[in-house]
Design a protein around this ligand. Structure first.
Ligand SMILES: NC(=O)c1ccc[n+]([C@@H]2O[C@H](COP(=O)([O-])OP(=O)(O)OC[C@H]3O[C@@H](n4cnc5c(N)ncnc54)[C@H](O)[C@@H]3O)[C@@H](O)[C@H]2O)c1
Length: 445
């Protein structure tokens, strides 16, 4: 893409970004915003971190991190040197030259986009916006959001996007807990409303990583949804394949690993107990909702959603069968569920299939306790309220349960011990590979 000549407010903002005198404001300091704020701070920018959650601001003010995989050390250092200023005072955002929005974009009860957080944020920015500011949306959303929802609200006071202020979309690709890739080496896709918007936003992200400019905010918005729909569809494929492979007596993990040796045309995806997290179970529905406006039915998204949604039931069915084969009914059985987090080694329980599985076991009359080293207490969520605390996992108590069900394959678990001591292990993650040979107490689910 050709370089855009910049002059006026765009040129001076670009220059201040390049010499690091521009101030960066991050709105929403969660799983996405907090690491991003730290990253900009470490790259030499002064960062204002804004969140409406007072508890988070207080915690950050003391230099502590409330997300387990984000270490407190760099955070503490940035706060100490006043390179990162956590605040819930919206007026402070007027000091920022670049405002990056990282607020939640969930679904409502009808599985439709809930843009409440985003609209509240946009209204707030509209109150403080001044000429020469760049606004970038990073929250995942449907194509058209930046131009249809943000642009008119930001221009309502008379400032014009592309001339006085600049507006872009750049999807977040954060993978919490991934030690290989973070904001510093994950390429950023960037789309601007105008060429000047793109050039300024690109300059901002060029200062922390490599950038991939695209021709519009819509293209950037759809890029994110394609990435996550691709994951959802491929996970559904291997989930369905897993059920077939079990019936055929074939180990699907062995098959996937063998297929992955093909040097082209195959990317491995692995089955599990169902989808979780803030992205894969949610984002494809943003696309299918918008697709309806264009008269298109997104059948792949629908089917993948159905298959992935049914996976907790498969784990339950396999457990019920395995218990029955040992002469036990599910009602009254004592079950230890290992893991609530939606994926290993993180403390994020949002949309986790672990909750669905626990609820279904309880409905069937089982007695369920759980262990998750990263989630010591189950807080009430919008859909669940179990009021449980994580039970200690020991060599002794493992043998007390009728079944130990592996839902999250945290690295800290001693799978050899689990397989040795538990009467029955239901493994939905292939976590016992390498330690289950010769044993008849492990059932893959
Ligand atoms: N978590 C991920 O791995 C991930 C990855 C890629 C994209 N995303 C997307 O990034 C966005 C943010 O996700 P997240 O996981 O960081 O969410 P999160 O819930 O962890 O954090 C969002 C933060 O925004 C704050 N907030 C809400 N309304 C606000 C407002 N009006 N002003 C200021 N702060 C406000 C909340 O208090 C919270 O701290 C979502 O669109 C999500 O889909 C998330």
């Amino acid at each position: 893409m050709e370089e855009t000549e910049l002059s006026g407010p765009a040129g001076s903002l670009r220059d201040r970004i390049q010499d690091r005198t521009a101030v960066v404001g991050i709105i929403g300091l969660g799983y996405v915003g907090l690491p991003l704020a730290i990253h900009f701070g470490r790259k030499g920018f002064r960062v204002i971190g804004f969140d409406i959650d007072q508890a988070k601001i207080d915690c950050l003010g003391r230099g502590c991190s409330y997300i387990k995989h984000i270490p407190a050390v760099p955070l503490h250092d940035l706060i100490d040197r006043q390179r990162l200023l956590p605040t819930n005072d919206e007026a402070r955002l007027a000091e920022a030259d670049c405002l990056i929005i990282c607020v939640p974009t969930p679904l409502n009860d009808e599985f439709e986009p809930d843009l409440t957080y985003l609209l509240n944020t946009t209204e707030m920015i509209a109150r403080i916006i001044r000429p020469g500011q760049l606004v970038v949306l990073e929250s995942t959303t449907y194509p058209g959001t930046t131009e249809e929802m943000l642009q008119p609200r930001l221009e309502a006071g008379g400032l014009k996007v592309g001339r006085d202020i600049f507006l872009a979309f750049s999807p977040e690709r954060e993978d919490p807990g991934n030690r290989k890739f973070d904001a510093g080496n994950i390429p950023k896709v960037v789309g601007g409303v105008t060429p000047a918007c793109l050039a300024v936003a690109k300059a901002l992200y060029d200062s922390i990583t490599t950038t991939v400019p695209v021709s519009s905010t819509r293209a950037a918005e759809l890029t994110k949804l394609l990435e996550n729909t691709y994951r959802s569809v491929n996970i559904a494929l291997v989930n369905e394949m897993k059920i077939l492979a079990h019936r055929m007596g074939i180990d699907l993990f062995e098959v996937i690993n063998a297929a992955a040796t093909k040097p082209f045309g195959f990317s491995p995806f692995f089955p599990g107990p169902g989808l979780g997290g803030h992205c894969i179970p949610i984002d494809p529905f943003y696309l299918s909702w918008k697709a309806r406006e264009f008269g298109v039915e997104t059948r792949f998204i629908q089917l993948a959603g159905e298959i992935n949604h049914a996976m907790p039931d498969y784990v339950i069915d396999r457990t019920v069968e395995a218990l029955a084969a040992r002469g036990r009914g599910i009602a009254g059985s004592r079950i230890m569920q290992l893991g609530i987090a939606y994926k290993k080694d993180i403390d994020d329980d949002r949309e986790s299939p672990g909750y669905v599985i626990m609820k279904k076991f309880l409905e069937l009359g089982a007695e369920v306790v759980y262990n998750d080293p990263l989630i010591p207490r189950l807080r009430p969520t919008r859909k669940f309220d179990f009021n449980q605390t994580s039970v200690e996992l020991t060599g002794e108590n493992l043998a007390e349960f009728d079944a130990v069900v592996i839902v999250t394959d945290h690295s800290s678990y001693d799978y050899r011990l689990i397989v040795e001591r538990a009467r029955l292990v239901i493994d939905s993650r292939n976590a016992t590979a390498g330690v289950r040979e010769g044993r008849d107490n492990v059932v893959l689910a």
